[in-house]
Design a protein around this ligand. Sequence first.
Ligand SMILES: NC(=O)c1ccc[n+]([C@@H]2O[C@H](COP(=O)([O-])OP(=O)(O)OC[C@H]3O[C@@H](n4cnc5c(N)ncnc54)[C@H](OP(=O)(O)O)[C@@H]3O)[C@@H](O)[C@H]2O)c1
Ligand SMILES: [Zn+2]
Ligand SMILES: [Zn+2]
Length: 352
Amino acid sequence: MYNAKAYSAASATSPLAQSTIARRDPTETDVQIEILFCGICHSDVHQARNEWSGVMPTVYPCVPGHEIVGRVTRVGSAVKKFKQGDLAAVGCLVDSDRTCPECRAGFEQFCPNMVLTYNFPDKHLGGVTYGGYSDSVVVDESFVLSVPSNLDLAGAAPLLCAGITTYSPMRHWDVKKGKKVGVVGLGGLGHMGVKFAHALGAHTVVFTTSPGKKDDALRLGADEVVMSKNADEMARHAGSFDFILDAVAVEHDVNAYIQLLRRDGNLTMVGAPEKPLPVSVFGLIFARRSFSGSLIGSIAETQEMLDFCGKNNITSDVEVIPIQKVNEAYERVIKSDVKYRFSIDMASLKSA
Ligand SMILES: NC(=O)c1ccc[n+]([C@@H]2O[C@H](COP(=O)([O-])OP(=O)(O)OC[C@H]3O[C@@H](n4cnc5c(N)ncnc54)[C@H](OP(=O)(O)O)[C@@H]3O)[C@@H](O)[C@H]2O)c1
Ligand SMILES: [Zn+2]
Ligand SMILES: [Zn+2]
């Protein structure tokens, strides 16, 4: 065991503050990573503040962070894919049982015994796992990803959650040229959704509550932008979408979007609001539409997404901040005042 520097929340109402946490010494299959950048996901805010208490209550102290890129500092004797000095990345998953039907089918994210990067039981040290707001992390090599060398690292970090969470459902629902695709909420996830839908060749429409984001949406790859509070603009798209990805973090009217789907169209939720959302069944049955959800993506698909980003030069649009600004950043995430992801420069933790 060794001590690592981190930023943690001591309770649902305390700001994050500097602390020291224990990390395990690398086992023979582990990779130790010096963290260079870590993105701030809205899930970090939900969990630091225990907003998902009904599903996964937060254990304190909580060290958030699951959009991690860094450099390998040590590897265990059995590690094959990584060596000291390599770039490496870690997303939301750090382990699973590897034996259940989901794991065997290559869907670790649905494993009943998966281990998330933070706030999940830590098999090695007891207590819970600690995330990427830290100077280092130790992860089994099976859950460590390779980062294409052409990508800017600050902008690559958010690919590990915002990227895979939007890429995976788009691949599953066959987003491609000839399809009309909507993305609801131009935040961290949403702006990656726009980049992927555009790169996959779909006609891409952004739904936003923020008039000031229109030009950005077009620059990011949208073909059209709809102000979701304007009923006339919404009505013009009735019954026309093959697929809509909803990345909104708070309660909102999903039925307004279900009405925009064509026959057999699908609306997938990746946004995870604290409270249940009412869904009108009539909106579904009259056109055999479906309403579904999606959780991050598997390790293999995350690597596929990173390689796709390497090839297409896709990264997240980031505002790089020092860790000391994390509490201010959380307030701005809540106000939708971020273009379009915060990426923490972890060098700032060294000097703290
Ligand atoms: N399923 C998964 O695996 C997964 C993975 C990661 C995150 N998540 C969840 O996905 C959600 C989004 O995460 P994020 O990091 O992208 O958050 P974010 O950056 O805060 O983006 C959310 C966006 O929702 C829109 N929005 C905010 N308030 C709204 C309101 N009152 N009504 C309608 N739209 C509103 C805003 O876009 P506009 O300004 O354009 O309206 C905002 O930028 C969170 O709930 C997060 O926990 C899920
Ligand atoms: Zn996330
Ligand atoms: Zn499993």
